[in-house]
Design a protein around this ligand. Structure first.
Ligand code: AMP
Length: 408
């Protein structure tokens, strides 16, 4: 299976390519992924490509073609490939044809994933990719269960640098001008197919599988089930041949021996062939089952890791919440204590003040009583004074009288 996926940015080429890889077991070759890896590794090629990528422009054909040639030389491409994001213009498509012709492995189909521009903009703006396992999400249409974290492996989701409003418009313009003409290029070769890319991911995938399975000479489309069905048909045909040949054997005994030998020989060869086919099918099935088991195991492990991570995050949040509540309670108690202290101080002050006032009042009362007593005394002594004076003068007169009498 040797195919090219054509589609505007955000049409879902990457998502579908990944599904096709696990279904057909052929590698996905994405020039966008290869370029991003080169940029991240800061290789000379990556540094050269970065400016064009950031601006939403195409990287030079030479860089991309060198990259593709190198990748095509790897052994895993012998069983086929899914090209995603390459070719992006007519010169690249011509160079690819020449390269594949040289390798004797021509392209079988160029499948367009057709999506409306409005939907594309929404898809690109919401696109998020797991930085660990590459799983793709869309914040609008297929968001992760936990914001910013991958459902599969718990890795961090990132937003591609070139998935911003300005660059998106530029990339769509570049697609219209340079990549869309590839549709006519492959139509002229009779290799162009298209699927409606606006529906459900599984429906689109099914459409792609139908096209791929219908390609002439596509051996990888034959599933184990199909091979088993083929095997059964062969067995049935052989059984029918055997029954038909029996009456002929009885009718002409001379020719019979020869026919019988021929039939036996044929039967032996056919059963040998069938056994060989059966063994290949069995091997394929075992291999496929093992691969499937491996994927299931990997998925389960990733799910387990994600659950574990989720639980850890939840626990951490609960501990944080508890600590915050404790801190708040301590703060509240301290504030309460402060208020109580303040209240006690105010109360004490008021009591002291009250005591002082009572003391003052008592002192004032005492003073007033004292003053009143003094005044009373004074008044009494004032009243006594004339009588005293009278008594004194009377005493004086008596004394004088006595003195006078004595003199006589
Ligand atoms: P993609 O991930 O396919 O959308 O590619 C991201 C960016 O990589 C594009 O906007 C281009 O700048 C660059 N790029 C990817 N593939 C090609 C290509 N075949 N030819 C030129 N530039 C490419």
């Amino acid at each position: 299976m040797r195919i090219v996926l054509i589609g505007a940015p955000g049409s879902g080429k990457g998502t579908q390519a990944k599904k096709l890889v696990s279904h057909y077991g052929v590698p996905q070759i994405s020039t966008g992924d290869l370029l991003r890896a080169a940029v991240a590794a800061e290789t000379p090629l990556g540094l050269q490509a970065k400016a064009a990528m950031d601006a939403g422009q195409l990287v030079s054909d030479q860089i991309v073609l060198d990259m593709i040639e190198e990748r095509m030389a790897e052994p895993d491409t012998k069983k086929g490939f899914i090209l995603d994001g390459f070719p992006r213009n007519i010169p690249q498509a011509q160079a690819l044809d020449a390269m594949l012709d040289k390798l004797g492995r021509p392209l079988e189909a160029a499948i367009l994933i057709d999506v409306d521009f409005d939907l594309l903009i929404q898809r690109i703006a919401g696109r998020r990719t797991c930085s660990s396992c590459g799983q793709m999400y869309n914040t609008y249409t297929s968001p992760p269960k936990m914001d910013g974290l991958c459902d599969v492996c718990g890795g961090r989701l990132h937003h591609r640098a070139d998935d911003n409003e300005d660059t998106i418009t530029n990339r769509l313009r570049v697609y219209e001008a340079q990549t869309a003409p590839l549709i006519d290029y492959y139509k002229a070769q009779g290799k162009q197919y298209s699927v409606d890319g606006s529906g459900d991911i599984e429906q689109i995938f099914q459409q792609l599988c139908d096209i791929i399975d219908s390609l002439p000479g596509n051996s990888s489309k034959k599933s184990a089930e199909q091979a088993a069905r083929l095997e059964q048909t062969i067995q049935e045909m052989m059984a029918r041949t055997e029954t038909k040949s029996t009456p002929a054997t009885q009718a002409t005994p001379v020719a019979n021996k020869e026919t019988r030998t021929m039939t036996a020989k044929k039967k032996k060869a056919a059963s040998k062939k069938a056994a060989a086919r059966k063994s290949v099918t069995k091997k394929k099935t075992v291999k496929k089952t093992a691969a499937k088991k491996k994927v299931v195991k990997k998925k389960a492990a990733a799910k387990k890791a994600a659950t574990k991570k989720k639980a850890a995050v939840k626990k951490k949040a609960a501990v944080k919440k508890k600590a915050a509540a404790k801190k708040k309670a301590v703060k509240k108690t301290a504030a309460k204590k402060k208020v109580a202290k303040k209240k006690a101080a105010v109360k004490k002050k008021a009591a002291v003040k009250k005591k002082a006032a009572v003391k003052k009042k008592v002192a004032a009362k005492k003073k007033a009583v004292k003053k009143k007593a003094a005044a009373k005394k004074k008044a009494a002594s004032k009243k006594k004074a004339p009588a005293k004076k009278k008594a004194v003068s009377k005493k004086k007169a008596v004394k004088k009288k006595t003195t006078t009498r004595k003199k006589r």
